[in-house]
Design a protein around this ligand. Structure first.
Ligand code: GLA
Length: 415
């Protein structure tokens, strides 16, 4: 699969570069391509916090510092959250030499990065290949190397690169009505920033955000992407979260150490999600080996939300060193059953009641055979901390949108 992906990417990239090399704004890029065999970053799905899902365009330098402080004081850092990521709306204007400056909300990016680093954390930033970002701020088009060098000079450790205006301003203008040519332009743009980042010599996590178009999972790993969004934007709403989860089907074979599917950032603690919904959202992101980027208001985080975000045993599922993404193995009515293989032969099982009512009077019955398991299995319920015995055909009573998440360390496999 990987060999195929690299080959097809190489072919695409060649044609893509011949297509764009005639444009005067495309400088020659000579940085070496990253080898899939030796990825330097994101060996497990990146963990941290991102400003967008709570602050949107209002985020300031102070919000980032406060969030970094909270990541340390709440124990999130100790639980594995490392990246403090500034999303869109930090950008100011370019000067006469093309150097991008921050806007008034971020008076000194280097000082901010130093502050975040002084807490033992890492810092991320946001841009896009178009002339403008999604929120209408300056993008990197024509300034990719300059911007990458600027990020490195600030000490940036993570870049989210968001397609947005590249679609109308480059893809649709340069290749009207030609989707294949548009895709090549897009791939070339992501490749260009990857090379610019590599040329800085600084390990920088590269996060592709183009909403899962053109089977991005097939070409992003070979291009150097450490993660790639698989869908449009998440919202703090059960239906949206469940729709995103349903769109991950079949993508598990593309994830692995250094390169992950990204079903978007966490909404745990945001909006009106119930406690069960927050728990299920977090459990499913762990089953999906998804990046765990919290997006809530950390200084005002409720204890029950902190308990979800810092549940180390659920985090251990997400961060499992085998790096194999889980899959929905079967559904029965509105109940979904997921499994994820873990290092050492262990397995994580998640049973989710996606329905709008409880399963009390007519409980769902677990089918272990469908999970290739034989007979009763001893495991740990990762939300109650209790030992559980999973038996064939056992009734499970789950509240609406709630989850049973069990880790079985020594599963008995069906012959
Ligand atoms: C897009 C992305 C979001 C966020 C915003 C910022 O919508 O998908 O995650 O970065 O842009 O403008």
């Amino acid at each position: 699969m990987r060999a195929f992906a690299s080959l097809s990417f190489a072919a695409l990239a060649l044609t893509a570069f011949s297509a764009v090399s005639q444009t005067p704004t495309t400088p020659k890029v000579t940085a070496p391509k990253a080898s899939l065999a030796t990825p330097q970053v994101a060996q497990t799905p990146p963990m941290g916090w991102n400003s967008w899902n709570f602050f949107f365009g209002k985020v300031t330098d102070k919000n980032i510092r406060d969030s970094a402080d909270q990541i340390v004081s709440t124990g999130m850092k100790d639980a594995g959250y490392v990246y403090v990521n500034i999303d869109d709306t930090w950008e100011g204007e370019r000067d006469a030499s093309g150097v991008l400056h921050t806007n008034a909300k971020f008076p000194d990016m280097k000082a901010l990065a130093d502050y975040v680093h002084s807490k033992g954390l890492k810092i991320g930033i946001y841009s896009g290949p178009g002339p403008k970002t999604c929120a209408g701020y300056a993008g990197s088009l024509g300034h990719e190397e300059q911007d990458a060098q600027l990020y490195a000079s600030w000490g940036i450790d993570y870049l989210k690169y968001d397609l947005c205006s590249f679609i109308p301003e480059v893809m649709e203008k340069q290749a009207p009505n030609d989707k294949a040519a548009q895709m090549k332009l897009m791939i070339a743009a992501y490749d260009k920033m990857d090379k610019a980042l590599k040329a800085t010599g600084r390990p920088i996590v590269y996060s592709l955000c183009q909403y899962g178009w053109d089977a991005v999972w097939e070409w992003a790993p070979a291009l150097g992407g450490n993660l790639w969004r698989t869908t449009g934007d998440v919202q703090p709403d059960w239906d949206r979260i469940y729709a995103i989860v349903s769109q991950q089907e079949g993508l598990e074979r593309y994830a692995g150490p250094g390169h992950w599917n990204d079903p978007d950032m966490l909404e745990v603690g945001n909006g009106k999600l119930s406690l069960a919904e927050n728990r299920t959202h977090f459990s499913l992101w762990a089953m999906l080996a998804a990046p765990l980027l919290a997006g809530n208001d950390l200084p005002n985080m409720k204890p029950e939300i902190k308990a979800i975000l810092t549940n180390r045993e659920v985090i251990a599922i997400d961060q499992d060193r085998l790096g194999k993404q889980g899959a929905r193995v079967y559904s029965e009515g509105e109940v979904d059953v997921w499994a994820r293989p873990l290092a050492g032969g262990a397995v994580a099982i998640a049973v989710v009641n996606a329905g709008s009512d409880r399963y009390a009077t007519h409980p769902f019955h677990l089918n272990l055979r469908k999970l290739s398991l034989d007979g009763s299995q001893t495991g740990k319920d990762l939300w109650t901390g209790k030992t559980v015995e999973l038996t064939e055909n056992m009734p499970l009573e789950l509240a609406s949108h709630d989850v049973l998440l069990v880790r079985v360390d020594a599963p008995k496999a069906a012959k």
